[in-house]
Every structure is written in structure tokens, then in C-alpha cells.
Design a binder for this molecule. Structure first.
Ligand SMILES: CC(C)(COP(=O)(O)OP(=O)(O)OC[C@H]1O[C@@H](n2cnc3c(N)ncnc32)[C@H](O)[C@@H]1OP(=O)(O)O)[C@@H](O)C(=O)NCCC(=O)NCCS
Length: 332
């Protein structure tokens, strides 16, 4: 029996900035080809912010769309959790900026840093407050502007990411048929050295030296992350299914983190999971870090791939290493 949370997702929305950068555009910036990026990652294009647009702006747009769609007034929101590794600034938290712009004057909120697992972590936390009965409408948002920390001279990282945000509304669940059935989140800090941004924090505060040494960019050992992601995403998916008495065939849809299409397909192979049960949109957005899973849920809803009662699995691996998995019954 899993760790039930008496909470459900009752709405989802997303926002990506309008400007599209294709692989062909990147060919003009760095030594790469559309063919390499497509075959090695599955990405064709990504959305990129213009100067002056930050994580809070994308998060606010996604949240506004969600509230409009659900006909919920901003004052009804009582909690805002924002997952991001590219907040507008060190402080105040992105959640505070979003709260102000939305006019969600009865909400408290905070940011959470778990990289690509950020949305699953944030959903776990937001849902716990709702499940405990102390909160009735939580906004859980994943928002990242990865292009703000990309080194466009490093072809092995700059082609992978895009900017975007997604938001879900979490409300109390009435029964087991519509709740969060289980979650598994873990950390393996020994992987911290394979994906990180060394500059800008209290260890290496910004200075001419940190800029010259390119410490304000994503540093990654891609193959290490790749192998860990495939293994952990498959392992956690199995664990969650098994301990709740389900098998792969019971799943209606898996919404995995979108880091690399080959990671997703390798995970599927381990699980024996058919393409038809996996949401893939990396071709259009690249890796939007905390944005991928809510954007995936949005696309799944828009494409009519989710219906009430469906068994849905969310799974992600990210810098840290962090891993997040959640099994839920789709509630609408
Ligand atoms: C980054 C990643 C796409 C690289 O793919 P890969 O198959 O492991 O490729 P390698 O790193 O072995 O590089 C193979 C070759 O392609 C080259 N290459 C790397 N990026 C390239 C690019 N954009 N265009 C063309 N060639 C490129 C490398 O320089 C290397 O050349 P070499 O053989 O002459 O040295 C892949 O490792 C990956 O996706 N890792 C996971 C990253 C991730 O998801 N991070 C987010 C956190 S979840």
C-alpha cells in the first residue's frame, strides 16, 4: 500500500515564450547540426525568452491561464509552490513575485530547488498541505529559464534546453478513485558533481573571476547523467507500480521528464512500455527542467489522452541527483 495523499490535480495550464529557436538556428551559433541534435536528443526546436523575461513571468502566465480556465479567483489560492533552478534572483522567492502579480493575497508560498525533479517534489509538498486539510487550493508551478544559464559555446549543453512553465491546481480529493496514490522522492548527493552551476551562490559569489571562468553556466557530464536517469526512472516506476499492486498494463499514461528522447525510450525498453502510453513533447520544447512534466500534462489533456480514473505515472531525474516519482488517479 502506497503513501496516499487525499489531494488531486483539478486543472493544468502551461506557458512558453513565443520565440522559437530551431536546431537550424543553433547551427549558426555553435558547431552542431540539426541531424545530430534530432538523432541524439529528439529535440527539433525550443522556446526562448526575450531579454527581461524571467521565471516569474512564465510562471505567472501559466498560473493566470490556469485560474481563468478553472474560473478560480486569485484570492481563493492559499499556497503557491514554485519549483525552479533559475529564479529571477536569489531573493525574494519567485513565489512572492507570482503571488503579487496574480493578486493572490491570501496565499503564502516559497520556491523549491530540485532541478528536473522540481515539479514532482513541489507537487508532493503542495499536495501534502491539501491532503492534511489545512489548505484547499494550492498552485504548484514548475518554471525555468534555462537559456539564462547556458553557455552558447558549449554545444554539448546549449542544444538541450528551452524555457517554459507549467502550473497545476491541487484541491482535496474525495476518494481513492481520484487521489494521489503514492510517491517516491529521493536524493543521491554523490551525483552532484555531474550536473551543477558553480558560480553565483555563497561558495563562489559573482566576481570578474567567476565570469571569466564561466562559472555561471550549466556544467554537465552528459553520459553520467544519462545512465543514472535511465536506471533510476525505470527503477522508481517499477517500485511505485509494484508496491501498489499494479503492473505496466494498468498504466494509462506515463508523463516522464523530457531530458532526452533516448533516455525516455531506454526507460520504456526496461519497463516494456509501449510508445502509446508515454507523453513525449521534447521535440517542441527541449528540456525545460521544472517545466517539462506540467507542460506534458497540459499537452496530454489537450490531446484528449487523459480521462477521469486513469492511472498516471510522473517520473523525473535531475541534478543533485534528485529523483521524483508519483502515481495518481487522474481526477477529471
Ligand atoms: C548530452 C548528450 C546529448 C550527449 O550525447 P552522447 O551520445 O552522450 O554524446 P557524447 O557526449 O558521447 O558525445 C559524442 C560526440 O558528439 C559531440 N557532440 C556533443 N554535442 C554535440 C552537438 N550539439 N552537436 C554535434 N556534436 C556534438 C561530442 O563532442 C562527441 O564528439 P567526439 O566523439 O568527437 O568527442 C547526452 O549525454 C545526454 O542527453 N545526457 C543527459 C543530459 C541530461 O538529460 N541532462 C539534464 C538533466 S536530467
Amino acid at each position: 500500500m502506497g503513501r496516499r495523499i487525499a489531494a488531486k490535480i483539478t486543472g493544468v495550464a502551461g506557458y512558453v515564450p513565443p520565440r522559437v529557436v530551431t536546431n537550424f538556428d543553433l547551427q549558426k551559433v555553435v558547431e552542431t547540426t540539426d541531424e545530430w541534435i534530432r538523432t541524439r536528443t529528439g529535440i527539433r526546436e525550443r522556446h526562448v525568452v526575450d531579454k527581461g523575461v524571467a521565471a516569474s513571468h512564465l510562471a505567472t502566465e501559466a498560473a493566470k491561464k490556469l485560474l481563468a480556465k478553472k474560473n478560480v479567483a486569485p484570492e481563493e489560492i492559499d499556497l503557491i509552490v514554485v519549483a525552479s533552478v533559475t529564479p529571477d534572483m536569489m531573493f525574494p522567492a519567485t513565489a512572492c513575485l507570482v503571488q503579487e502579480r496574480l493578486g493572490a493575497k491570501n496565499a503564502w508560498g516559497f520556491d523549491l530547488s530540485a532541478a528536473c525533479s522540481g515539479f514532482v517534489y513541489a507537487l508532493t509538498v503542495g499536495a501534502q498541505f491539501v491532503g492534511a486539510g489545512t489548505h484547499r487550493k494550492a498552485l504548484v508551478i514548475g518554471s525555468d529559464v534555462m537559456t539564462s544559464i547556458l553557455n552558447f559555446e558549449d554545444r554539448a549543453t546549449c542544444v538541450l534546453f528551452g524555457d517554459g512553465a507549467g502550473a497545476v491546481l491541487v484541491e482535496p480529493a474525495e476518494s481513492e478513485d481520484e487521489c494521489i496514490l503514492d510517491f517516491h522522492n529521493d536524493v543521491d548527493g554523490s551525483g552532484g558533481c555531474f550536473l551543477y552551476m558553480p558560480g553565483g551562490g555563497s561558495l563562489n559569489p559573482p566576481s570578474q573571476e567567476t565570469v571569466e571562468k564561466k562559472m555561471h553556466y550549466v556544467h554537465q557530464e552528459g553520459q553520467q547523467v544519462f545512465k543514472y536517469a535511465v536506471r533510476k526512472m525505470a527503477e522508481v516506476s517499477c517500485q511505485l507500480l509494484e508496491r501498489n499492486g499494479f503492473s505496466i498494463k494498468d498504466l494509462a499514461l506515463v508523463v516522464p521528464h523530457q531530458a532526452n528522447l533516448r533516455i525516455i525510450r531506454a526507460m520504456q525498453e526496461r519497463l516494456g512500455l509501449d510508445d502509446s502510453k508515454v507523453l513525449v513533447n521534447i521535440d517542441r520544447y527541449g528540456n525545460t527542467t521544472a517545466g517539462t512534466i506540467p507542460l506534458g500534462l497540459r499537452d496530454a489533456v489537450n490531446e484528449g489522452r487523459l480521462k477521469k480514473g486513469d492511472l498516471v505515472l510522473l517520473v523525473a531525474v535531475g541534478a543533485g541527483y534528485t529523483t521524483g516519482g508519483m502515481l495518481l488517479r487522474w481526477a477529471y
